[in-house]
Design a protein around this ligand. Structure first.
Ligand SMILES: [Zn+2]
Length: 475
């Protein structure tokens, strides 16, 4: 099993300075490597694999400067021959080449020698990860500045004794040993991170003899609880319980405090010490908000997961999509921008990101896995405007918290109704069509995107489940 433990570090003055220094150097190395890869790509894009377009001589380290640092690399090194006598890895990846170039960097700039070599290597690998993300469709890697480059990773040589941790080239450093590393676990990596209120270390530990948490399979699931995520109340459960939304960052008091402190920063002279101090003050406030929210979300997630159920039904929300800005409207005649409702949406966006549904969902998933429970994500489409009595779908059904069906007059609390609908959808995914409470099941299943999960589970015949079980699950 692989987990992370986070501790707060207590560096002494010289270690403090050293780590700050390291961050600056590593950042410049990262940015240089990124610039190198971009330049390399541009060169290759124009010249292809050739060193010289006229003679079509292929790029090689002896003849061509292109391959010196970039992705073409030294074709002979590190390559193995397979059975047919062909080169297995005729090319090394850009990351490998940049790692082998690190000793040269140290020769040219001796002050890089004070950084541990595995930290430098991990720094390059970080860029590999950024590129991998890019190829999977998530934005191109960006150049880093002081505010978004705050960590470095050790790969070997860390030791822990009591309340001291040994980090290569930094030496023994004290830390707050807030929880013991369980017996048998070995340290894989250690990531040191700078936060507003000090330095932290995240230790990755592994014990192969401890098995991972195994969740129940879908066909063992008997009872499900449905959760409807919202803003007025954070969570509505299908058993009629509600969990408040404290709005840690968007309540009136905090909003006011943030505004005042931000104004404090803006009024100070740029580059002055007082401005820095004010910036630290606002950073601490943000930190406090985050800590409060984290604690509350853990608590809420625990409340849900600790219920006597086998599975938890959640909405499959696209939060990033909800946070998108409104499309720009332009007047065709004059070319001027028209109102597009963004200013009105801004407050809503803030509330949504303050509620951090994604964070809550991941916490629920983690805790559920720990207790062997399953999380079933269902399509939330129309869950709050579908009548639970007759199935009529209409936006007019809902008037804020009240739900009155325009067709049959069914009255219910709208969010609790939605939670129940989510529970039913999750149940229908578990059991297939056979144990549907209502005949309009097929229509609902169309709404469920993830029918694949249904095919995984065995089809449960109505006879296998006693009526009491079904009733218990329904109520
Ligand atoms: Zn109705």
């Amino acid at each position: 099993m692989l987990t992370n433990y986070v501790y707060k570090l207590r560096p002494n003055v010289s270690q403090f300075k050293k780590m700050d220094n390291w961050l600056d150097m590593l950042r410049s190395s990262y940015n240089w490597s990124l610039a190198d890869r971009i330049a390399q790509y541009n060169q290759q894009f124009i010249q292809g694999d050739y060193c010289d377009l006229r003679t079509k001589a292929e790029a090689c380290p002896i003849t061509c400067f292109v391959s010196k640092n970039g992705a073409t690399g030294e074709p002979w090194k590190n390559s193995k021959f397979d059975k047919d006598g062909k080169l297995k890895n005729p090319r090394r990846s850009a990351g490998d080449i940049q790692i082998t170039a690190l000793p040269e960097l140290k020769k040219a700039r001796p002050w890089f020698g004070e950084i541990d070599s595995t930290v430098m290597q991990q720094n390059v690998k970080r860029l590999d990860v950024a590129y991998k993300n890019f190829f999977e469709g998530r934005g191109f890697p960006t150049f880093k500045n002081r505010s978004n480059f705050t960590s470095f990773t050790f790969a070997v040589g860390m030791k822990i004794q009591g309340n001291k941790i040994y980090l290569p080239k930094l030496g023994w450093m004290r830390f707050h040993n807030s929880r013991q590393i369980p017996h048998g676990f070995t340290i894989k990596t250690a990531t040191v991170r700078k936060r507003q209120n000090g330095w932290y270390v995240s230790v990755r530990i592994e014990d192969k003899s401890v098995p991972d948490y195994i969740p129940k399979s879908l066909n063992e699931v008997q009872s499900v609880i449905g959760c409807d995520l919202g803003l007025t109340k954070l969570i509505h459960l299908s058993d009629r319980h509600q969990i408040d939304n404290p709005r840690f960052a968007t309540n009136k008091k905090t909003r006011c405090a943030l505004k005042i402190r931000q104004r404090c920063v803006n009024r100070k002279k740029k580059g002055s010490k007082n401005r820095k101090k004010a910036a630290i003050r606002i950073g601490k406030l943000y930190n406090k908000i985050t800590n409060k929210r984290q604690a509350y979300l853990w608590n809420a997630a625990n409340k849900i997961v600790s219920r006597q159920v086998d599975a938890i039904g959640l909405e499959n929300l696209n939060v990033a999509g909800m946070l998108k800005r409104c499309r720009v409207k332009v007047d065709e005649k004059t070319g001027r921008f028209l109102k597009n409702g963004q200013s009105r949406k801004k407050a809503l966006n803030r509330s949504i990101s303050d509620a951090s549904w994604t964070e809550l969902t991941s916490k629920i998933e983690y805790l559920a896995a720990k207790q062997g429970k399953v999380v079933i994500k269902v399509n939330p489409r129309n869950s709050s405007c579908e009548c639970r009595n007759c199935g009529h779908i209409d936006k007019l059904n809902r008037d804020r918290e009240r739900f009155i069906c325009t067709q049959c007059g069914h009255i219910e609390h709208s969010d609790i109704g939605a939670a129940k609908t989510i529970r039913d959808r999750a149940l229908s995914m578990v059991h297939g069509d056979s144990v549907k409470p209502e005949p309009r099941g097929s229509k609902r299943l169309k709404n469920c995107k993830e029918i694949s999960a249904r095919s995984l589970s065995k089809r449960v015949e109505p006879g296998n489940l006693s009526n009491q079980d079904i009733k218990a699950a329904m109520s």
